[in-house]
Design a protein around this ligand. Structure first.
Ligand SMILES: [Zn+2]
Length: 184
């Protein structure tokens, strides 16, 4: 049997305002069937734009339905385009790849070796929010954190297929291909 939590409790949970014993209770109990819908409802109330949120992608980003497309959108309203293309390629990227830049965040002995690794910070071009930080070996391609299979999730898990089913594939190469063609 699952317990149903009311929206106010869940709101406090996501905002980090609940005491630990309450969080533990919610975490340990079976999830109520409409938890995802309540979560989306709460997120939808927080944003100022009208597009329907299909899935959150982190602190500021959402996949939303817009004019038959599914795009990644920041809470500030900036749009990154089709969710099958890694949004990071449309972000403002700051790379910490030398000792001085790395020391700013890892002072002293904890500083990674700039010969081996770098830290990349991805910022929203619309609101300058820091969206993601990744620490990787030098030369490593940009990581595509999440490419959710929205059609399968909505069709098979929620039982509510989304309109206009899309091919489920990583289309990031289209962006880099265009860069290659443009630079010729
Ligand atoms: Zn933004």
């Amino acid at each position: 049997m699952s317990i149903s939590y009311d929206k106010e409790d869940l709101k406090d949970l996501y905002a980090g305002r609940l005491p630990w014993d309450k969080i533990k209770e919610i975490m340990s109990s079976p999830k109520d069937d409409d938890r995802f819908d309540k979560y989306i409802e709460i997120l939808q109330e927080r944003v100022s734009w009208p597009e329907r949120i299909l899935m959150p992608l982190g602190m500021h980003l959402y996949i939303v339905q817009k004019d038959g497309e599914r795009i990644v959108k920041c809470d500030c309203g900036h749009e990154f385009g089709d969710w099958r293309r890694n949004w990071k390629l449309g972000a403002v990227i700051f790379v910490r790849d030398d000792a001085e830049k790395l020391e700013e965040v890892y002072p002293g002995l904890r500083c990674p070796d700039p010969q081996l690794s770098e830290i990349r910070e991805y910022y929203c071009p619309g609101c300058a929010a820091l969206l993601k930080v990744e620490s990787l070996p030098k030369g490593c391609p940009v990581v595509f954190d999440a490419l959710p299979d929205l059609d399968t999730f909505y069709r098979d898990w929620l039982g509510r297929p989304l309109p206009q089913e899309k091919d489920f594939k990583d289309m990031t190469y289209e962006v880099t291909r265009k860069w290659g063609l443009d630079s010729k």
